[in-house]
Design a protein around this ligand. Sequence first.
Ligand code: FAD
Length: 632
Amino acid sequence: DNNITRHSFDVVVIGAGGAGLRAAIEARLAGKKTAIISKSLFGKAHTVMAEGGAAAAMGNVNSNDNWQVHYRDTIRGGKFLNNYRMAELHAKEAPDRIWELETYGALFDRTKDGKISQRNFGGHEYPRLAHVGDRTGLELIRTLQQKIVSLQQDDFREFGDYDARLAVFAETTITELILDDGKIAGAFGYRREDGEFLLFEAPAVILATGGVGKSFKVTSNSWEYTGDGHALAMRAGANLVNMEFLQFHPTGMVWPLSVKGLLVTESVRGDGGVLRNSEGKRFMFDYIPEVFKAQYATTEEEGDRWYTDPDNNKRPPELLPRDEVARAINSEVKAGRGTEHGGVFLDVSTRMKPEEIIKRLPSMHHQFKELADVDITKVPMEVGPTCHYVMGGVEVDPDSAESAVPGLFAAGEVSGGMHGSNRLGGNSLSDLLVFGKRAGEYAALHVDRLADARPVVSQEALDAAVAKALAPLVDDPSDGENPYTVQYELQDIMHSLVGIIRRAEELEDALVKIAEFKKRLANVRVGGGRKYNPGWHLAIDLHNMLLCSEAVAKAALERTESRGGHTRDDHGKMDPSWRKVNLVCSYADNGVALRRQPVPTMPHELLSLFERSELAKYLTDEEIAAFDSNGS
Ligand code: FAD
């Protein structure tokens, strides 16, 4: 039956990764009745899979580190396209957010003198990633869940009900946001197990749904990452920004086929692992781009010295930002210098003692042993690029994390702007803590400001949400399209036509195919009813996958330059005039409307954290002239 279970909350958080949990804790601490909803099991989210660590300029390992250096690295990594205010808040607040986790019960690895230890990572000038071996995300989620349980214990003591002000709805998928006169009024979805419909009435919704990687064939992302939050936001009237920028992590497993794309953490390189082609050459030295020449070693000897004496040597180019390393690997494989399975070699076996490898990289050792029968203490790994992270996401106000829709907030990977055209490793875990907290805080404030004037869910909106969810379900699906076929073909198209290297004709072709998929999607049919029916779930998710794919392809076609996670074969150079442009996607006519919008201008005091010579590599002549006159 179509009965709908109704719940009423102040704040509804969609997503139980780091951003969602941190946001929910903050909203609850502000006294708001808060729900956390997650599509998968509680505790299973990408955040758990994060291995390397969380970037925060605590200066524990190298006291030269501070927020200004972190800010500079983040902006460099994003090739100056980042929302400057988000990057500023992130660099300033990340250390407090990490520290606070220890007050919740986290325990990070320690330096000899008992401080939180920090490790090197690509694009970070100093050792900066707070970590717990290579299982940092697990500790982060464990700690946030522990904090949630402790808050629920408090509520039990006060109200006799654990869920009084903080309730968890796991294995529940939100399919629609409900508006009242343009403002958030609630969220609608179903329980995956039995297909029961649920309505969450709430004047504030925080999207914390993570990424879009499942639309690509080779990806480190798992099944949930169908871009739901991105699509929900667009359909509700919010904007997405930077959707052309996707991060292909340089090192995913390339075989066996069943785990192709599974991540090999960047810590392997941060801790001394090197990349070699089939001729045994450390090829990264051939791929240091002009803008990074000043910061990277040009010889193997210098690169190797850096691990023990970082103050007097430059870092090896294996630690360039991810977009550079991914492109270099792609080029080596294309040039015929790849491995048997179409990757390159990543070697720690000749660089560290076996005991050290097992201590520092326990998950990687286990992963290769179990899945590929490879002992990484003895032989190199084979690795290649894998679709990993979407820089693009919901356009938000940097301070409040609120979108263009009143009452709709976004934090973590689903939000956009913070990372510009490319995210540095480790900056995601810190991002989701900083902006998760802010989203929770400002969502609570939004509820306070509304007082009694809460938006209302209309029966009409609810009926429409139910009808849409039920549309693909039929008794006999034999005349319709199979959702798995459409998904498989979409992943194939996105991988081959909108992947790591792009060109106009291919992107145009992809958009034609996406339009065809949309027509086919209207005819997707699934039998078997609403009780645990993954085919039905996928039929619903496909709408989101297609909308996000269209946004990525449209923005990628429009941006006729190469920058960060967007590489155009036909426009190979970075163009300073494009640095001033954000591409913004909104929802129109069951599809994506694209427009150009200026990138917010970085104020002089932040610009002047950079050398003028470095700014000249990114800014237009007029901007440099303005910078000079401002400083005089
Ligand atoms: P996630 O942790 O992705 O959580 C999303 C949540 O939303 C899930 O609970 C999901 O079930 C839920 N959800 C989605 N759609 C719906 C819906 N429709 N209804 C209800 N719930 C929904 N970053 C780093 O900084 N350092 C690292 O070392 C690092 N390593 C990584 C390793 C791997 C293998 C991967 C995949 C990523 C890694 N990243 C790392 C990136 C980082 O983990 C993610 O970007 C980050 O965890 C995203 O967090 P989040 O809170 O935004 O969302």
